[in-house]
Design a protein around this ligand. Structure first.
Ligand code: NDP
Length: 399
């Protein structure tokens, strides 16, 4: 069918690229381009592939001119941003300049401020529309599948969804005292920020980890969950008809939280530059350099993830509750792609979203969040490509 340029070659990109190779009728040729070309070449050497042709390149995705040159040279149908949220805008600029579709899995965040919001990317709506190209924002799991689940619940199960709780549980054990399951810098910026949830038209803010609940997850059991600020709340608050309240919860073990608190207390999670022996360093970036690389966790992570959405609302004038979730096994993911389930649950939806845009099934000039598209082909593809979903029509609620 066509050609995709994939930018970044970390844990998530590795899974997406494995999946593209399994889906070679769609992904006939890909280019893996990242800051460190040797990583792209090492991944290429590991891939089992039938037909997909693979190229590699070095690119600094902060530099739009470099990106434009690469895109013009390779001439892909679509550009997939699996680098970091800092690169969203430079890559979107390059897509406009070359008139190529754009997909990502995380919304823009400025490097010098731990703050994510869609406003920067939504500002590109008119320019993408005028260029006749589609930007699909947030095609990972959360954001990503959670938005597709919301669109599916709204389309098939409710007249109005009033309450949504997004629950992200990871019962995986990697045996390290402290490690993050995806990019440590992005992950720690997220979990040390204030929490927030959306209610009746407003964001309400909490201190980090201030709200704790306990939930009994299917196939995982009882877990502590903590309320976080998460990016899909902002778009779902606009796109779910009749919605009154949206919260996002994630599991953390006590050991993870103790380590994090200690690192925070000594200043290691700070993003303010400090001078060390005449050199400027950012403590969090230094911490990232000494923490285990998330891509190395695959062989040692055992257990399962359970990520899903609990909806409450009205159908045919009756109150209704509905739980949609996916359970994913770390070791199964590792056997298939060499990565643990966090990269897997993000890389598979990135491949599916890209495929739907390439096929024209999800093309709509402009900048769109994932829940703005018809969820049905994506839901079907989740079952086919390794993330089958399950339903519960009488779930326990988070109090
Ligand atoms: P990694 O840190 O493993 O990979 C990031 C890759 O981007 C690395 O290959 C890195 O290169 C490359 N990169 C960084 N900066 C540049 C640059 N300026 N130019 C070119 N390449 C660059 O991260 P993950 O794979 O864990 O995460 C990838 C993305 O997925 C992130 O944006 C993350 O927030 C998002 N994510 C989304 C989730 C979801 O469910 N929606 C869940 C998990 C992650 P190098 O190797 O040289 O450092």
């Amino acid at each position: 069918m066509g050609k995709a340029l994939i930018i970044g070659c970390g844990g998530v990109a590795s899974v997406m690229i494995h999946k593209c190779c399994q889906n070679s009728d769609i992904f006939q040729e890909i280019m893996i381009a990242s800051r460190t070309k040797s990583k792209c070449d090492a991944l290429k050497a590991k891939l089992k592939r039938e037909k997909t042709k693979i190229n590699t390149a070095e690119v600094n995705a902060d530099n739009t001119a470099e990106l434009v040159a690469l895109i013009e040279n390779f001439n892909p149908d679509i550009v997939v941003n699996l680098a970091l949220p800092y690169q969203d805008l430079s890559i979107m600029e390059a897509c406009i300049a070359t008139k190529k579709h754009y997909v990502d899995t995380a919304n823009y965040e400025p490097k010098n401020e731990a703050k994510f919001e869609y406003k920067w990317q939504w500002n590109y709506k008119e320019r993408f529309k005028n260029a006749g190209i589609t930007a699909l924002l947030g095609s990972g799991f959360d954001p990503g599948v959670t938005g597709v689940f919301a669109a599916y619940a709204q389309k098939h199960h409710f007249d109005e969804v009033h309450y949504l709780d997004i629950l992200d549980a990871n019962a995986g054990d990697h045996g390290h005292p402290f490690a993050t399951n995806f990019n440590p810098e992005i992950n720690i910026r997220e979990v040390t920020s204030n929490g927030s949830y959306w209610e009746n038209g407003n964001f309400l803010h909490t201190k980090p980890m201030e709200i704790k609940k306990v939930y009994n997850f299917p196939q995982i059991g009882l877990k502590d969950i903590y309320l976080l600020n998460h990016e899909e709340i902002e778009s779902l608050a606009l796109n779910l008809k009749g919605i009154k309240k949206i919260r996002f919860f994630m599991t953390f073990s006590q050991s993870y939280l103790n380590h994090l608190k200690c690192l925070e207390n000594v200043g290691m999670t700070s993003i303010k530059p400090i001078n060390y022996r005449g050199m400027e360093i950012i403590p969090l970036q230094f911490l990232k350099a000494i923490l285990p690389d998330p891509a190395s966790l695959g062989p040692r992570t055992h257990g399962k993830t359970n990520i899903g959405c609990i909806f409450q609302g009205i159908k045919d004038n009756k109150e209704k509750r509905y739980y949609l979730y996916n359970v994913c096994d770390h070791q199964e993911c590792y056997k298939e792609t060499g990565s643990q389930a966090i990269s897997y649950t993000t890389g598979v939806p990135a491949m599916i979203g890209t495929m739907l845009v390439m096929q024209g099934i999800w093309q709509k000039p402009g900048v769109h969040n994932i829940e703005e598209f018809d969820p049905d082909p994506f839901m079907e593809a989740l079952n086919k490509w390794g993330l089958p979903w399950q339903e519960d029509f009488n779930p326990d609620l988070v109090d």
